[in-house]
Design a protein around this ligand. Structure first.
Ligand SMILES: Nc1ncnc2c1ncn2[C@@H]1O[C@H](COP(=O)(O)OP(=O)(O)O)[C@@H](O)[C@H]1O
Ligand SMILES: [Mg+2]
Length: 202
């Protein structure tokens, strides 16, 4: 809800469908969610590269990067996590309006917060990608040493250790990063985008 008064929405004369038409693909948010270390960043980076190679206009938003800038005033309390995801959702919506295939990689542990982003967008503009990986495996990978810090009590409210992760109930896509390679996950997502006519089959 906006707290500013005296503001009026001003429509652009260049419409989303015109941008999509010129780009020769639809625009959408591909929303990765999963535990820290599950592979959201790794798979989303590889996906963005493959989309770019296939002439798709794409942009990636990543948790750590966004927390350096746009959201550098937010921490990891449930309220701040909610606000973090709300802002990303709004940015994602702008990017969809700009005609981009937007790839986001945030733990986004709360179902309600993810669903709020889904609700911001049109029905077919939000693809939830559950990046599935057991806590044991994420902890064994520990690419940033964060699980160890959380276990040592150096980080409070760490998802999976002392803060919850709510699995998606009915995500559009599930990738299992313990069973499948990065390349297999990317191929699977690309084939979904093609079979659902988001991007061209070539
Ligand atoms: N099949 C796989 N898919 C994705 N990541 C994998 C896979 N196998 C091993 N990894 C490793 O797991 C780690 C995932 O870390 P990262 O992508 O930063 O996770 P997140 O962004 O979800 O916190 C990386 O070190 C990556 O190399
Ligand atoms: Mg990451």
């Amino acid at each position: 809800m906006s707290t500013s008064k005296n503001i009026t929405w001003h429509d652009s004369e260049v419409k989303k469908v015109e941008r999509q038409h010129r780009n020769k693909h639809k625009s959408v948010v591909i929303w990765f969610t999963g535990l820290s270390g599950s592979g959201k960043s790794t798979v989303s980076v590889a996906l963005e590269q493959e989309l770019f190679k296939q002439q798709v206009q794409t942009y990636r938003l990543d948790g750590d990067n966004i927390r350096h800038g746009l959201n550098n005033n937010l921490g990891f309390s449930p309220e701040d996590r909610k606000e973090n995801i709300r802002r990303i959702g709004e940015v994602g919506k702008l990017m969809v309006d700009a005609g981009l295939v937007t790839v986001t990689a945030f733990i986004s542990p709360y179902r309600e917060d993810r669903d709020a982003v889904r609700d911001l967008l049109e029905d077919d503009e939000f693809i939830e990608v559950y990046t599935k990986c057991s806590l044991d495996e994420c902890e064994a990978r520990d690419p940033k040493g964060l699980y160890q810090k959380a276990r040592n009590g150096e980080i409070q409210g760490f998802t999976g250790i002392n803060a919850p992760y709510e699995e998606p109930i009915d995500p559009e896509i599930v990738i299992d990063t313990e069973q499948n390679s990065v390349e297999e996950s990317v191929r699977y997502i690309i084939s979904y985008l093609k079979s659902h006519a988001y991007i061209k089959n070539k």
